[in-house]
Ligand binder design. Structure first.
Ligand code: TMP
Ligand code: ASP
Length: 244
């Protein structure tokens, strides 16, 4: 499948049309941004690594009956996906306090939450993606209540699948951000990407951060950490620690 016109260029991906009106190509970039693009940089091989990790996770989710847009990888950095209209909500699921939740609630990073917490952010760069609630979703006419209920249930299901999966390869799934969209036929699909750009992943033993916080907070070893996540997701390079 060939790339046709460029439809959209985001911070981490470029989207191309294909000859099939129901399919698009997502090309993953090495560009990295943080704090609503106030911080900019490049992470070597990030495009490749995030495309591969996302592909693995979308396939796993498909096997577990979470409908998503993934079709196939076309190259190291290109992914063929179903075309959806993105719903303008960033859905964040949190298992452990970190980042903006720690700031907002005064929780130390690492505090395990009583149950998975779901948050909605309005996907609007000019407003800085503000935190919103269900009433705001209705006021802004972002989507109807039935769709939002489905989105929440799907987001929690993704967590139920990915949390034990990451644990099995030596990582804590601290939190993550999802995006959803609707196809021309009105089918609701999980979309975008699931990668160290959009998840917080900590080593299970040491709590070492293996995600974009290394870039956001200038912690070093950014490329190495992304590659380590890929190795573990591919089932390479992770040894289940012995209990001795
Ligand atoms: P936060 O603690 O900064 O609100 O981030 C929560 C999760 O969402 C974290 O896994 C990183 C991810 N995230 C994105 O994918 N895109 C964003 O623009 C932001 C702010 C967070
Ligand atoms: N990707 C986001 C941005 O640049 C923020 C982040 O992931 O921290 O705006």
């Amino acid at each position: 499948m060939k790339k046709l016109d460029k439809l959209y260029e985001g911070k981490a991906k470029v989207i191309y049309a294909t000859i099939d009106p129901n399919l698009i190509i997502q090309d993953f970039k090495n560009d990295a941004t943080a704090f609503n693009a106030q911080k900019k940089g490049q992470i070597e091989d990030k495009g490749k690594v995030n495309a591969q990790i996302s592909a693995h996770l979308f396939e796993r989710l498909k096997e577990a009956s979470v409908p998503n847009h993934f079709v196939e990888l076309l190259s190291d950095t290109s992914m063929l996906t179903k075309k959806v209209e993105i719903i303008l909500i960033e859905v964040v699921v949190r298992n452990i306090a970190a980042g903006s939740l720690s700031k907002r609630l005064g929780y130390d990073e690492g505090v395990v939450l009583k149950k998975p917490l779901v948050e909605y952010y309005y996907k609007d760069d000019e407003l800085g993606d503000p935190l919103i609630n269900e009433d705001h979703v209705e006021e802004l006419s972002i989507c109807d209540k039935e769709t939002l209920d489905k989105i929440k249930a799907m987001a929690l299901k993704v967590n139920e699948i990915l949390k034990p999966y990451f644990a099995s390869v030596g990582m804590k799934l601290v939190d993550f951000k999802l995006e959803f969209g609707k196809t021309n036929d009105g089918e609701l699909l999980l979309a975008d990407e699931i990668s160290p750009d959009t998840c917080r992943l900590w080593d299970s033993e040491t709590n070492e951060k293996l995600d974009k916080d290394r870039f956001r907070r200038d912690l070093g070893k950014v490329e190495e950490s992304y590659k380590e996540v890929l190795k573990r997701v591919e089932g390479k390079g992770y040894r289940v620690p012995s209990k001795e």
